[in-house]
Design a binder for this molecule. Structure first.
Ligand code: MEV
Length: 438
């Protein structure tokens, strides 16, 4: 970022929309074209939708906002997040400020390769297949790199290895699965790995005499993991220990792990959506990785020792930065520009960092005041809108609902509807009295 983002972050949430745009323009996180795009309500033609999907009838629009205060690997970021859930952006920004002030957030990608699978559903002679793969591995890799993955090879990647697995079937027969490991450099690599597998199926069948039944990439990319780490200093012992206990809960209990991981994905999915990425692929990879030891576990881990709280996220997080929606959707292009994304692994590191931050924010809230408090301000606003309050009634109704919440410790749409009804009745009474007194 070219401007002082320390000032950019100050009071951002209190600004009016026009002031927010101005700050983002000043920070060079957006340009006037981007602002114009959002001001005019986003994409105004159906044609782009027709490019993306079949039978398109329009767009489903989600709110997009920016999380502030992030410093990842020593660099300041404004994080675009497309999400419908109240409090996510506020919690991310608040927790990022804590980390910025009291610690650091670092990331790395471990491993290079992605995985493609070639299935032979009912292998006739596994020993012979194994021999064929061993004898031809180098030749096939060279051919694949020449014929299919030449572009990747030029950038330092390409097919690296083959790995044969056998799986016992319920009918007692054997299934064979050949894994192709490919370094996609800084791309997501989905297209190239699928092409590689389709190409390799032919020589594999020819040499082994076996029948290939299907070929496709795997979303469980345990050969290329993204790691994020937060180290926070001067953490109060009570809070640090409570967060470690919350972490152990998610490490040991799948019921809690699912909710913990959902909270991590609260930070990741909105970036994937904002950048036009396939969030289902990332979700599938993360959940499968969370089960790698035969039991669903947390993908984050927190430990507290002598004032220092350390948290880690580790999981596959395969994203793309070129092609498809990412390159064509104006908002996705803007999101990529806002974060100055240079490569797929750069984007995956940002996602991991925000996911871990979101997890910390949730654990801090859950082990102290609970999450209701943070949710309530916007929730009350939504309830007022849901009850049908107009612009004049809404602020008064919200104040009333805050009082209801303070008294009852809970609040619902029927409370809002009832309160609005009473408000209107009082207003009518007052009007009636005033007219009868004239
Ligand atoms: C809510 O969207 C996410 C949380 O449930 C996550 C968690 O429990 O860690 C608050």
């Amino acid at each position: 970022m070219e401007v002082d983002l320390e000032n950019f972050f100050k009071g951002f949430s209190k600004l009016k929309l026009s002031q927010r745009y101005q700050r983002l323009l000043d920070a060079k996180a957006m340009d006037s074209e981007d602002v114009g795009f959002f001001k005019s309500g986003g994409i105004d033609s159906i044609e782009l939708a027709d490019h993306f999907i079949e039978n398109s009838i329009g767009y489903f629009q989600l709110p997009i906002g920016v999380a502030t205060n992030f410093r990842i690997d020593g660099v300041d970021y404004v994080i675009p997040m497309a999400v419908e859930e109240t409090s996510i952006i506020a919690a991310a920004s608040k927790t990022a400020r804590w980390i910025r002030e009291a610690g650091e957030l670092t990331t790395e990608v471990i491993g290079n390769t992605i995985i493609g699978q070639i299935q032979i559903a009912q292998v006739q002679d596994f020993a012979n297949l194994k021999k064929c793969v061993e004898q031809n591995e180098q030749k096939w890799i060279e051919e694949l790199n020449r014929e299919v993955a030449a572009g990747m090879v030029r950038r330092g990647g390409g097919v690296k290895s083959l790995f044969l697995r056998s799986i016992e079937r319920p009918d007692g027969k054997l299934m064979a699965v050949l894994h192709v490991q490919l370094d996609p450099c800084d791309a997501m690599g989905a297209n190239v790995i699928n092409q590689v597998c389709e190409y390799l199926a032919h020589p594999l069948e020819e040499v082994s005499g076996e029948t290939v039944t299907m070929k496709i990439l795997s979303n469980l990319v345990d050969t290329r993991l993204t790691k994020a780490k937060i180290v926070l200093k001067d953490v109060d012992a009570k809070m640090g220990e409570a967060i470690e206990e919350a972490s152990l809960f998610a490490e040991l209990d799948p019921y809690r792990a699912a909710t913990n991981n959902k909270g991590v994905l609260n930070g990741i999915d909105p970036i994937l959506i904002a950048t036009g990425n396939d969030w289902r692929a990332v979700e599938a990879g993360i959940h499968a990785f969370a089960c790698r030891e035969g039991r669903y576990q947390s993908i984050t881990r927190w430990r507290y020792r002598e004032g220092v709280l350390t948290g880690e996220f580790l999981a596959p997080l395969i994203v793309g930065t070129v092609g498809g929606v990412t390159s064509l959707h104006p908002a996705a292009k803007m999101a990529m520009k806002m974060m100055r994304i240079e490569s797929a692994s750069h984007l995956s590191r940002i996602c991991a960092a925000v996911g871990l931050t979101q997890n910390l924010g949730a654990l801090r809230a859950l082990t102290t005041v609970g999450i209701i408090e943070g949710h309530m301000k916007l929730h009350i606003k939504n309830l007022a809108m849901g009850a049908g309050a107009n612009d004049i009634e809404s602020p008064i109704l919200q104040k009333l609902l805050e009082q209801v919440l303070a008294a009852k410790k809970r609040i619902s749409l029927s409370d809002a509807t009832m309160a609005l009804k009473k408000m209107r009745a009082v207003k009518e009474n007052v009007q009636h009295q005033a007219t009868s007194e004239i």
